[in-house]
Design a binder for this molecule. Structure first.
Ligand code: TPP
Length: 554
């Protein structure tokens, strides 16, 4: 049966048919037909953000927490360009986001029309695919294809630009039967798995390095089985945190620029690194020429172009982390690595947060862990607090650490945490930001209040853009150029938004305040006043090798 519908209605219907239930967005002229149709589809919950950047980050947070596509919507011109940072963030961290943007009508395209930007052109390098839909008859297929492309293989963002007159276009519509657009995932050739298994059997000092791909592929059990069958110690990258139990005896910690000394030292001594679902990016490797000088590398990744891109590999296996790791478990002989583990453990020290007592990151994060019984999702911003959380929070469940790793986007935590809450409504979500990053998207408190989103906001207030100040301290002769940053009174600010706000200046108040903030219904804000010039140690200087950490202030 067919009926006459508009392009905007087709968009909504197709989203509903594809299982989308939430949109994060902001209306405007070129997307008004879509917003006109939206109330007819109560299955589509629209969350009105305060800035389109927040819509993209919230869709990203939703996608990372749910494993499903996250959808954001914006108008043409400034609405669309405000999405760009969020799309680039999702692109770098392989997050399946679909952005729908309004565009000026077809006849106006290319005339510098009011609020016209070539958003397809602008986002070309930061999307997996982008579409300018020229005919409403193509809309249903484009939406289904976009959702499939965003999720297929290595996930990433897709943009659909829809001219206003295409949204208004009327046509006969027959419900789609849901075409299959995804091609089968590449599977690992057996010889790669066999050669990897032989290398694992022969290695004296092997390491497993696991990244975001393990979380995206839901490969926790397989990775754990591989580690336990072989006794190989496990390193988790920043985006791999929570893919392996923190307290597991085989877990070593995070590598790279702010990785622990014993982890980086293990990499420099290893004779085999089996990397699963990671990019070997420069924050992980340090100076490439000096990275893991004795190690052969087995690299498993769903994205063929990542293999051999940053580090030369002995064996590259293209495939999904779950499938390939399962094959590796089957192909690998049981072994142990006791002497190697003892060598690594001998050098292990507690993570150094350079705080002594008082309002230390350890104390603050312990209070959050205790108040939530460790069952929360932590979403971090970018800077020193991000590294402290990465190193110190004892993650108990898979995929409960969400951060902007690849792009390092300040302002990510607050809106991304809104998306996490929508995906996991019954669970505590804490957004942890610095005083700099929080001020970038703090207007989203209004979204939380209007939409009833329970996100707990932690602001680590050190009065500085701390991570940049730290670099200035070490590499720019302590010239603190434009890094001292003033903050409003966060307790009063929270009050202005009608949410409870707390300030903690003394560690003895931590447990009480954090548990009250966690328990109060709806959003709450806690400002933690911390030491101003604390540093994150250890630290590999930019361009330095993993063998040359700075371990304390001089
Ligand atoms: C959008 C954006 N602008 C600038 C930077 C560069 N940058 C990285 S960390 C940092 C300082 C962050 O300060 P704050 O949010 O207060 O957190 P802290 O380091 O003090 O924990 C800056 C400016 C960035 N990562 N993202």
């Amino acid at each position: 049966m067919t009926e006459i519908v508009s392009g905007a209605q087709i968009l909504c219907r197709t989203l509903v048919a594809a299982g989308v239930d939430t949109l994060f967005g902001y209306p405007g002229g070129a997307i008004m037909p879509f917003y006109h149709a939206l109330p007819e589809y109560p299955g589509l919950r629209h969350i009105l953000v305060r800035h389109e950047q927040a819509a993209a980050h919230a869709a990203d947070g939703y996608a990372r927490a749910s494993g499903r596509v996250g959808v954001c919507v914006a108008t043409s011109g400034p609405g669309a360009t405000n999405l760009v940072t969020g799309l680039a963030t999702a692109h770098m961290d392989s997050s399946p986001v679909v952005a729908i943007t309004g565009q000026v009508s077809r006849a106006m395209i290319g005339r510098d029309a009011f609020q016209e930007t070539d958003i397809v052109g602008i986002t070309l390098p930061i999307t997996k695919q982008s579409y300018l839909v020229q005919d409403a008859a193509e809309l249903a297929d484009v939406v289904l294809e976009a959702i499939a492309v965003a999720q297929h293989g290595r996930p990433g963002p897709v943009l659909i630009d829809v001219p206003k007159d295409v949204q208004n276009q009327k046509l006969e519509f027959a419900p789609s039967v849901g075409a299959q657009h995804a091609a089968p995932l590449p599977t690992a050739p057996d010889d790669g798995v066999g050669r990897a298994a032989a290398l694992i059997a022969a290695a004296q000092r092997p390491l497993l390095m696991i990244g975001h791909g393990v979380i995206l592929a839901n490969a926790y059990a397989e990775v754990r089985a591989l580690a336990e069958k072989t006794g190989i110690p496990v390193i988790t990258t920043l985006l791999g945190i929570s893919a392996f139990p923190e307290g597991h005896p085989l877990h070593l910690g995070m590598p790279g620029m702010h990785g622990e000394v014993h982890v980086n030292r293990a990499i420099q001594r290893a004779d085999l690194i089996v990397g699963i679902g990671l990019r070997f990016d420069d924050r992980v490797t340090g100076n490439l020429a000096a990275f893991a000088p004795h190690a052969q590398i087995v690299h498993v990744d769903v994205d063929r172009t990542e293999i051999g891109r940053n580090v030369p590999v002995a064996v590259g296996i293209v495939g999904d982390a779950k499938t390939v790791t399962r094959q590796l478990v089957a192909a690998t002989a049981t072994r142990r690595c006791d002497a190697w583990r003892a060598e690594i453990e001998a050098g292990r020290r507690l993570p150094d947060a350079s705080f002594r007592g008082g309002m230390s990151p350890e104390a603050i994060l312990s209070a959050i862990r205790d108040a939530t019984d460790g069952a929360c999702t932590i979403v971090t911003d970018v800077g020193q607090h991000q590294m402290w959380v990465a190193k110190l929070f004892p993650y108990r469940r898979p995929n409960t650490h969400i951060t902007s790793g690849g792009l390092g986007t300040m302002g990510f935590a607050v809106p991304a945490a809104m998306g996490v809450h929508v995906a996991r409504p019954g669970e505590p979500v804490w957004a942890i930001s610095g005083d700099g990053g929080f001020q970038m998207n703090m207007a989203e408190m209004a979204t939380m209040v209007q939409e009833g989103l329970t996100v707990k906001l932690a602001v680590f207030n050190n009065g500085y853009l701390g991570m940049v100040r730290q670099w200035q301290q070490f590499f720019h002769g302590k010239r603190y150029s434009s890094t001292p940053i003033w903050s409003p009174d966060y307790v009063k600010l929270a009050a202005a938004y009608g949410i409870p706000g707390y300030r903690v200046e003394d560690a003895s108040d931590l447990a009480d305040v954090v548990s009250r903030a966690n328990a109060v219904p709806g959003p709450a804000l806690v400002e933690f006043v911390i030491e101003q010039e604390a540093n994150v140690f250890p630290m590999i200087p930019p361009g330095g090798s993993l063998s040359e950490p700075i371990e304390a202030a001089v």
